[in-house]
Ligand binder design. Structure first.
Ligand code: SF4
Length: 437
């Protein structure tokens, strides 16, 4: 049996397909699904953002993995391959809400996490007995028994140097805009540390020393994270991750992370106004603690990319000038900005819908750079204008040079920081979000 696993790209609001030459990081879903596929099947991975679809080859089954806005591209891919007579299976968080859109174009859809049901899907396809739905929206994989992902199938020529790795899934918090945490029912599940180390060693056997943790909240369980970092230290790897603000002032944990090879983190600051954070149930982020935490991470030589969201209910146009002034005082490597986007199914979406503030239902606009709702203190078009104005100010050449000079750590890190800044600048001045390529 020949199986093609596709990670769907997405279509812009102008109707063109988002495709580039190289993605920064490969996701972990496809290598994991490949690892739980019965051995007798032949599996290929395709990242639709960088690969051409192998439409002229013979496939028995095509599995399509989607994220929110990629649903319509996934449906197009399903139509293309279905016309060739192969089975189509689709999975992804958005299907919990919108499975009725995908169902007519598929032979089966997967609700919830897929790894446990995937071998049964393959068997049923072999026996021509595929069911229309597998799993349920609340199904969580037993991550304690996952095998090593099929890293050998990843096309290294089309992806950056960081390979995906996973130590946990889920997050105990309830931020209103988040879909990752409800998907895991606000549970934080950890894998056995020995399994994470096993996966890292498998990557090292492939001469890969740069890794990216794909966890929703790597340090939600601080004691587990501390033990994991201790176990990773002898392996001499370099890794990046997302990190919660709650731990950036925890010197024991952060120094263990640095010792274990942490070279860069993105941190969901979201806003520099505490009232914004409180309004979306993320009041555990303490704006007053940001600077000390950042100083400590810089002291450890960890490069920081703060994630900032514009468009919260307390954001007025003047707030963005204050944001620029704040970011000028803390020497972060490269700030990443997004427009607040209420993902369907999130608490935020339900609230804005009940307040009649959702103004756009076309999912292609839910790409973090469009105002799809009415902001409280400005018009949607002002929010978009202020967003690009702020982003372009932050990526002026003088600010890039200043950020580069102020980076702690080696000269190499500064050079990398400079080039990443210039890449982001090029995206931002073309009004594109820094994305996967
Ligand atoms: S901390 Fe992050 S992962 Fe957790 S609920 Fe909030 S946004 Fe989601």
């Amino acid at each position: 049996m020949r199986i093609l696993l596709v990670h769907a790209s997405h279509i812009t609001q102008g109707g063109s397909l988002v495709k580039g030459k190289k993605a920064w990081i490969h996701g972990i879903t496809l290598p994991l699904l490949a690892a739980v596929t019965p051995k007798e099947a032949e599996v290929h991975l395709c990242n639709d953002s960088v690969h051409s679809l192998p439409i002229d080859e013979e496939w028995d089954l095509v599995g399509i993995s989607i994220m929110g806005i990629s649903l319509f591209r996934a449906i197009r891919i399903a139509q293309l391959f279905r016309s060739k007579g192969c089975y189509i299976v689709m999975g992804g968080k958005i299907l919990n809400q919108l499975h009725h859109l995908a169902a007519p174009h598929t032979d089966a859809i997967v609700l919830g996490e897929a790894e446990d049901v995937w071998p049964r899907i393959i068997r049923d396809a072999q026996n021509k007995k595929l069911q229309p739905v597998y799993g349920d929206p609340h199904h969580l994989t037993d991550i304690g028994s996952l095998p090593v992902p099929r890293y050998d199938l990843v096309d290294r020529s089309r992806h950056g140097i960081f390979f995906p790795i996973e130590s946990s899934r889920g997050c105990p918090h309830h931020c209103d805009f988040c879909v990752a945490s409800p998907w895991s029912q606000h549970n934080h599940r950890v894998r056995p540390i020995a399994h994470v180390i096993r996966d890292i060693k498998a990557l090292k056997k492939l001469n890969i020393r740069h890794m990216a943790f794909m966890d929703d909240n790597l340090t939600a369980d601080k004691d587990y994270a501390f033990e994991l970092f201790k176990a990773m230290k002898p392996l001499q790897i370099h890794w990046i991750s997302q990190l919660g603000t709650e731990v950036i002032n925890d010197s024991r944990l952060m120094s263990a992370a640095a010792d274990a090879g942490c070279s860069g983190v993105s941190i969901g600051f979201e806003s520099i106004l505490q009232e914004n954070l409180d309004s979306v149930n993320k009041g555990f982020n303490k704006v007053d603690d940001y600077k000390d935490g950042l100083d400590y991470l810089h002291h450890l030589g960890i490069v920081v990319a703060p994630l900032i969201v514009l468009g919260f209910d307390h954001d007025s146009p003047g707030a963005f000038k204050k944001l620029i002034a704040f970011l000028d005082t803390i020497h972060i490597a490269f700030p990443l900005l997004y427009i607040l986007t209420p993902a369907p199914g999130s608490t935020l979406y339900k609230r804005l819908e009940s307040e009649n503030r959702i103004i756009q239902n076309d999912l292609n606009y839910y790409n973090l750079m469009h105002a799809v709702f009415k902001p409280a203190l400005m018009s949607p078009s002002s929010l978009e204008k202020e967003f690009w104005w702020t982003y372009q100010k932050l990526y002026s050449i003088p600010r890039i040079l200043k950020r580069t000079v102020h980076q702690s750590g080696s000269l190499t890190k500064r050079v990398i920081t400079f080039f990443i800044n210039m890449t982001i600048r090029s995206h931002v001045f073309h009004q594109r979000l820094p994305g996967s390529y």
